[in-house]
Design a protein around this ligand. Sequence first.
Ligand SMILES: [Zn+2]
Length: 238
Amino acid sequence: MLSWKKMKNWSGPINRKNILGLKIDVDTYLGMKQGVPRLLSILSRFDIQATFYLSMGPDASGRAILQLIKNPRFLKKMLRTNAGRLYGMKTALYGTLLPSPMIALSFPELVEQIISAGHEVEFHAWDHRRWQDELYKRSLEWIEDWFEKGIKAYRRLVKKEPSSFGAPSWLIDDRVLEIARKYPFRYLSCTRAKEPFIHEISGLMEIPSNLPCFEEIGVNRGVSKIIQIMNVRPACPC
Ligand SMILES: [Zn+2]
């Protein structure tokens, strides 16, 4: 969401058409280890700031294989989005045949690099996979514990309180919003609503993800699709 650097130098009118908040969710160990450095170099090349929502704790992505067995629609989605190539085979086994490595906690220097490059780092998850698979059947205590572990890790890595929580897979319920009140979040980014709004239960502002993510539209068509939705022309015709 950080566009201040750009906005400060912006001479034209600021409106919804020329501000784009770039939200980068880091969900896997491999994504943190290999994806983040690449993204940092691309962002620096174009002088763009983004908000990195980091998963702090275990990468249990391999549990998705269990979903495959249970849900053929998930398999179709994996094949359609080429997720196997995107995430790698090892990632597909973490948390089942291979132990779960810690995601952001394994790379404190990388977290520092993200911050010193001027990007925001916010709280995405403790255990991303279990949240997205099991949130609705888990107890209130489990969710509290999930937040406690995640926020503790965040404080250790980022050395401040988080300003925001972006829920894994945009999954929340009333219990999550109650717990979110206990932390000093300034805003949430937990839904795919079309406009920002205030969450009734927590009283917190929601800045939703109201554009598609690359995972959904594919890397090749991603930029043109987003530009088309925003109905703007790229600044540079090259
Ligand atoms: Zn995520």
